[in-house]
Design a binder for this molecule. Structure first.
Ligand code: FES
Ligand SMILES: [Fe+2]
Length: 416
């Protein structure tokens, strides 16, 4: 255990991280255990399984799971591995099924994971209650976002989420009913890089004018991406370390008018503005409509990417998958949701430059750090960031406050 701690300690320097943190296979295995099995991890949103029998499949680290809405309407998460001899039970991303039957020898499990059927039962002598599917040690949710941990001692989800609860609240409260719908389907993009480059890059406010120069030239002039390329003193957006590895780019200070973040105005979507006023009162509704959605990682694998929800899925030490789907709003017109869908496609869809630019940089980083490696500097803005009374740290939008926040929590968990 001391060796493991030293192993982690040696990878951190003076506001710097050693590049072997991206390339060490043993460290990847340790991350799966400490971050993905022993910590709280996002699985899916309740709106993805709207009706009884609906299920989705996900990877939690390297562990396949099924999230299903039971016949009673509850959300159940079970291992997607047959308790007989380990076959994967569901191999589709989503579907609907009254139970889970294994295609190898036909054992059948309930939504809660109980073994309810064994073909040719004459040969079975074990108590079937010992042969159910594995389940997480704890499952909890916030505003429809479902999280699990395999660690009975992980503590309450609320403690892990901390200020990230406010960020989730801010996302869902862009709906007048306070509900979102992840119903458009997921796009997945494979990155040939270590998974940690996804949360790092997603809240890096420094790279946009360089990595995304061509994208910025053709994108709308008042978009948040454009704001990232103003001169250093002009930029009002901030980087924020919310604690517990949850880090964000905060664009609200850059917005002056309602709905700038959606590239529209309140005059163009009067029904939406009216329903927000009815739901939250004029002042609160206007504040929500000016500030817009968060742009924040919820440690370790969820990303509230403005009007997109994304998942960071590790595959191996040098491969990962970014899942993303538009965050559609309940209680608004189909036309507004169509706009959100189109904006999501423009920013993150397969024909967008944005993820392709980031994927190329990440892949080059992975190649360049694959040899002897070296130290990577994360000191930018350390001398000018502001630590507030509530413990949050606020930096200039181009500062590495977010990277330091991610790594400091990573180090704490990995060394525990
Ligand atoms: S592996 Fe599933 S029934 Fe045998
Ligand atoms: Fe980027």
């Amino acid at each position: 255990m001391d060796g493991e701690r030293k192993n982690i300690r040696n990878r951190f320097g003076d506001d710097s991280v050693h590049s072997t943190i991206y390339t060490d296979r043993e460290l990847f295995d340790a991350e799966m255990k400490k971050l993905f099995y022993d910590g709280w991890v996002f699985v899916g949103h309740e709106s993805e399984v709207p009706k009884p029998n609906n299920y989705i499949t996900r990877m939690i680290g390297r562990e396949p799971v099924i999230m299903v809405r039971t016949r009673e309407g509850n959300i159940s998460v079970v291992s997607n591995r047959c308790a007989h001899r380990g076959n994967m039970l569901c191999h589709q991303h989503s579907g609907s099924s009254r139970s889970f039957s294994c295609e190898y020898h036909g054992w059948t499990f309930s939504h809660e994971g109980d073994l309810v059927g064994v073909p040719l039962p004459g040969g079975s002598h074990k108590d079937s209650s010992c042969l159910g599917l594995q389940k997480p040690a704890m499952q909890a949710g916030h505003r429809g976002f479902v999280f699990i941990t395999f660690n009975p001692d992980a503590g309450p989800l609320d403690d892990h989420l901390g200020k990230a609860k406010d960020l989730i609240d801010r996302s869902v409260s862009l709906s007048p009913t306070g509900k979102i719908k992840l119903s458009a389907g997921w796009l997945k993009q494979r990155f040939r890089c270590n998974w940690k480059m996804l949360p790092e890059n997603s809240t890096d406010g420094y790279h946009a004018p360089f990595t995304h120069a061509s994208f910025l030239r053709v994108f709308a002039p008042d978009s948040q991406y454009k704001m990232l390329s103003e001169s250093e003193d002009e930029r009002k957006s901030k980087t924020v370390d919310w604690g517990n590895g949850h880090v964000a780019l905060e664009h609200a200070p850059s917005y002056e008018e309602p709905l700038q973040w959606l590239g529209t105005t309140k005059e163009k979507v009067p029904d939406y503005v009216e329903s927000m006023k009815e739901a939250y009162g004029e002042e609160e509704a206007m504040r929500k409509l000016v500030d817009g959605p968060p742009h924040s990682t919820v440690f370790p694998n969820l990303f509230l990417g403005e009007m997109n929800i994304a998942i960071f899925e590790p595959v191996s030490v040098d491969e990962c998958v970014l899942w993303h789907t538009p965050m559609l709003l309940d209680g608004v017109s189909d036309k507004l949701n169509a706009r959100i869908l189109r904006q999501s496609q423009a920013a993150m869809g397969p024909a967008s430059f944005l993820l392709a630019d980031d994927a190329i940089i990440s892949e080059r980083q992975q190649v360049a750090t694959g040899g002897r490696g070296g130290w990577m500097d994360l000191s930018r803005g350390r001398k000018r960031e502001e630590k507030r009374e509530d413990g949050t740290i606020w930096g200039h939008i181009s500062d590495e406050t977010t990277n330091r926040g991610f790594w400091s929590h990573y180090r704490e968990v990995m060394q525990a």
